[in-house]
Design a protein around this ligand. Structure first.
Ligand code: F6R
Length: 606
């Protein structure tokens, strides 16, 4: 999510670092920072050009590290910007990822007398590494010892100012690439940024670290085994590299689904206790225990995620949940009942209608909460508490991975609220373990994307689509229709399947296809009957079904199978073929799927 860059070599480091950071800006740009041994650390909020404006003219040095931040812990401020330093300012670290146990590590270090300057999880890594290095220059052994305490995901670059030519990098869960150059050695979280300097790259694996000096590099495992490096050629176009080999950001973001689901729950589920740990809202635990009414406000895709929130929270708790389009809610009478709260769901945290709804709700005295992807965005600043998605920057205008993470965070919230009420530990454990299994299930659906691609090609000239589902998947039907409209400009409507006979059935004929979510759940038979009604009118049917289903296969014109998943969590799996369908149909129609016409990523005006 963040971008990291480092260099040690024979030429001046500053222009190299700045060029590297500019290349990484697309991964997040809420603050930028560099450290050059002998010259010091410089950090600034915002994009790289803000940092450049603050730099003195006489910065020299031939090694250094830099960072573009996409905030996960702590607001995007200068203090929270990387690089972060150890207790004595010898060791400096830039980090991409999330340290799950940073609170425990920080508390332990504080007991030992360490003081911290930032709210980040990264700073504990710097303190740990410097502590392990002791009075001498940092070594690989000390680095590995320090990292053995860290749980979570990290890609890091590290410099010890006492031995400035040596650059370290390490990886566990977040990518790190070493660039092998003529004039020096590079490290980057993203091979794109290496392209101006070298076409030779060595990819670190999880549990490995690299030691770089101006003329050579060596790779070791954390248990000190030297690894013979495999040098890979970097022969991509820089634009393609940012898309990590995918032809569009949209496909890349859909394909990130499994990773996004992992990041959303990282450190937040305690399966053996059947609990969700949500640090961001914990201080309102008493208010949440007494909560009777929750109003979810959101727009577009986030609104459809909210419908899932209503379904699951009402299934698992006694809380009454309303979901309101923020554009409507802000102008309506808001009734503030005792024990009520307003929850805003928003990827950007900047959507004007959602922002104004929250402001109005605050004026009326509601407890206001947020599920927000962009750390430090306006809505995170005005809500009383919230939960971050940790989905990483979403570049494509149409929201896909953020939607998936919104569903996942809502499931976490539902579990949290349910365990404050009747839900027992065993039931909570089942749900938590099913959540942990979701990434694999989503990956299985993504592996079948060619099948969806073929279906999209087959129906690419259809002029209208109906999307149907029941219960928790109704929001998925709406989302499938919205994505198709946005990406293909084809008319589509989402409906609760039971509503079909109350009107939309009149539209069905052999030119009007229906995409239906018909999983083997409590409404399976009802959904099968709906498909029969459509087929009786010659309507083509594409059905998303549970693996091995033979009944629907007989009725439908085409099926996409998804792995069996519990009814409470199935939307996170069933939505994936719908996102893929919209994507491939947009491509088949020759459209710019990353930038649909007339739309903007963040709707900051009314
Ligand atoms: C659809 C889409 C929009 C956004 C909506 C809210 O693909 O991206 O419908 O979901 O504009 O945006 P956020 O979540 O930033 O508040």
């Amino acid at each position: 999510m963040c971008g990291i860059f480092g260099y040690t070599g024979r030429t001046q480091v500053l222009p190299i670092l700045l060029e590297g950071l500019r290349a990484l800006e697309y991964r997040g740009y809420d603050s930028a920072g560099i450290f050059i041994p002998g010259a010091g650390a410089f950090k600034e909020v915002g994009a790289v050009h803000n940092l450049i404006n603050e730099l003195p003219d006489d910065l020299t040095g031939t090694s250094g590290i830099g960072h573009m931040r996409w905030a996960t812990h702590g607001k995007p401020t200068r203090k929270n910007a990387h690089p972060h330093r150890g207790a004595h300012g010898h060791v400096w670290v830039v980090h991409n990822g999330i340290v799950e146990n940073y609170k425990a590590l920080k508390a332990r270090l504080e007991e030992e007398g360490h003081t911290f300057e930032s709210e980040t999880d990264t700073e504990v890594i710097a303190h740990l590494i410097e502590k392990e290095a002791g009075d001498a220059c940092l070594t690989g052994e000390a680095l590995a010892r320090a990292l053995s305490h860290v749980r979570g995901a990290y890609g890091i670059a590290v410099i010890d100012a006492r031995c400035p030519d040596v650059l370290f990098a390490a990886r566990w869960g977040s990518p790190i690439t070493v660039g092998v150059g003529e004039e020096g050695m590079f490290v980057s979280s993203d091979p794109t940024a290496l392209l101006p300097h070298t076409r030779s790259a060595v990819y670190l694996e999880d549990g490995e670290y690299a030691v770089l000096t101006p003329r050579e590099y060596r790779i070791f495992t954390f248990d000190q085994q030297a690894r013979a490096p495999v040098v890979s050629p970097l022969d991509w176009d820089p634009e393609d590299l940012k898309k990590e080999g995918y032809e569009t950001y949209l496909l890349k973001e859909i394909m990130e689904g499994p990773e996004v689901l992992k990041n959303s729950v990282r450190g937040r589920l305690v399966p053996e206790e059947g609990r969700a740990v949500l640090g961001g809202i914990e201080r309102f635990a008493d208010e949440l225990r007494a909560l009777r009414h929750l109003t979810i406000v959101a727009c577009g895709t986030a609104f459809y995620a909210g419908l899932y929130g209503k379904y699951l929270i009402e299934e698992l708790t006694d809380i009454h949940v309303d979901v309101e389009a923020a554009s409507e809610f802000r102008y309506r009478r808001m009734v503030h009942r005792p024990h009520s709260a307003v929850l805003a769901i928003t990827q950007s945290g900047e959507t004007a209608d959602t922002l104004e709804s929250v402001k109005e709700a605050k004026r009326k005295g509601f407890l206001t909460l947020g599920i927000v992807n962009v750390v430090g965005s306006s809505i995170t600043r005005i809500t009383d508490a919230g939960i971050y998605n940790h989905a990483g920057p979403e570049i494509s205008v149409a929201s896909t991975k953020a939607y998936l993470s919104q569903l996942e965070v809502l499931a976490l919230l539902a579990l949290f609220l349910a365990r404050q009420r009747e839900m027992g530990e065993a039931e909570g454990e089942v749900l938590a373990r099913e959540m942990l299994a979701l990434p694999e299930k989503v990956a299985a659906v993504l592996a079948r994307r060619e099948e969806v691609c073929a279906l999209a090609a087959r129906w690419k000239d259809a002029r209208d689509f109906l999307f149907l589902a029941r219960k928790g998947n109704v929001g998925v039907a709406y989302e499938g229709a919205l994505k198709l409209k946005e990406i293909t400009y084809v008319h589509a409507e989402g409906y609760a399947a039971g509503e079909l006979k109350h009107g939309p059935l009149a539209m069905i004929d052999r030119h009007f296809p229906t995409i239906a979510v018909v999983l083997q759940d409590s409404v399976y038979e009802k959904n099968v009957s709906t498909l029969e009604e459509i087929k009786a009118r010659e309507g083509p049917v594409i059905a998303v079904v549970t693996e091995g289903d033979t009944v629907v296969r007989e009725i439908a014109d085409a099926v996409v199978e998804v792995p069996a998943v519990s009814e409470h969590l199935s939307p996170m799996v069933s939505v994936v073929p719908l996102h893929l369908f919209a994507y491939y149909m947009g491509r088949a129609r020759g459209l710019d799927v990353d930038r649909p016409r007339n739309l903007a990523k963040s709707v900051t005006v009314e």
